[in-house]
Write a new protein. Sequence first.
Length: 397
Amino acid sequence: MWKSIQPAPPDSILGLTEEFKKDQNPQKVNLGVGVYKDDDGNTPVLSCVKAAEKELLEKQTSKSYLPISGDAAYAAAVQRLIFGEDNDVITAKRAATIHAPGGTGALRVGGDLIHKFTPDARVWVSSPTWANHNGIFGAAGFEISQYGYYNPEQKSLDFDKMMTDLGKIPAGDVVVLHACCHNPSGVDLDSGQWKKVADLAAEKAWIPFLDFAYQGFGDGVDEDRFAVEQFAAAGVDFFVASSFSKNFGLYNERTGAITVITPTAEEASVAMSHLKTVVRTNYSNPPAHGGLVATMILDTPDLRKMWLEELAAMRDRIVNMRKSLVAGLAAQGVEGDFSFIEKQRGMFSFSGWSDDVVSRLRKDSNIYVVGGGRINLAGLTTSNIEYVCKAVADAMK
């Protein structure tokens, strides 16, 4: 069967990690893969997760299947987190939420659901966007187009271009938006800009699809939901794909959710019925463990307090690495103003490093960066920051 079939190309990010693992140089640094690392270079298990898992181990009596949509308590906890406790979406029961296998699975389930009823719709993603958005929605059967977002010369949001492009998108098409901590640029909309985008969505009747993978990594759990709140207030149909991989460190538990928001409770019930049919013919039932852990933490005041403290520590560490990188590059005499790195949010930054610099960093210094210069600030530590800054200075000569 496989004799005349060529191997598929490696994933641009995960393939880079495989090469990194094979590298025997003790000074190697991975600034590519999108996972949080502490100052020791490890992806830790949060203390709140350990405590919740201990309690689950003692109390759990069955490993039977979850319902197709997942545990109802998990869905309720997800909604309270992404909308806020008293949001009208919750009180009016205007949302249908199911437990999906990670944020990627949530995006795909949402894509499959939309394509089932609007197969001729087009999906619009930001330029640039997370590379897998193209793969996920393309595999769901959509044609993909781009709207303006990032200005590489100014190292900032090109909001005028974004609004012009969004204003031309036909009704019924799907617009993928990063709710916070834009991946890969780290450049976000402010509150006033989000209000304008939500108003435009209501006016033009395209479907917003928010990728909400980094809640809590921007300014805080409550602050980072602003975009979601604006679309909820607009009363439009929209989707939110959320994930607990980053903010709970539950990467290998594949803990995510897809939420469909509608104008009425009746429509939300219809949406839920079709979400179940999509899931049934895909993975049938979601994995349980990560969802049970997240639910216990969110519903237990002491564990929730512990989680918020640990999340703040992760967020603060990334901010400090941004500052250290800017200072370190200046100390090494690297030409240019890199202060934009401090203004960005979340784990990622468009460094402005050319593909030639990226290649030289890998070849000469064993520093792994995704093509295009996107870096994960969490890959920097107090022990490797000086080495990285010196390597960048050498690569840019």
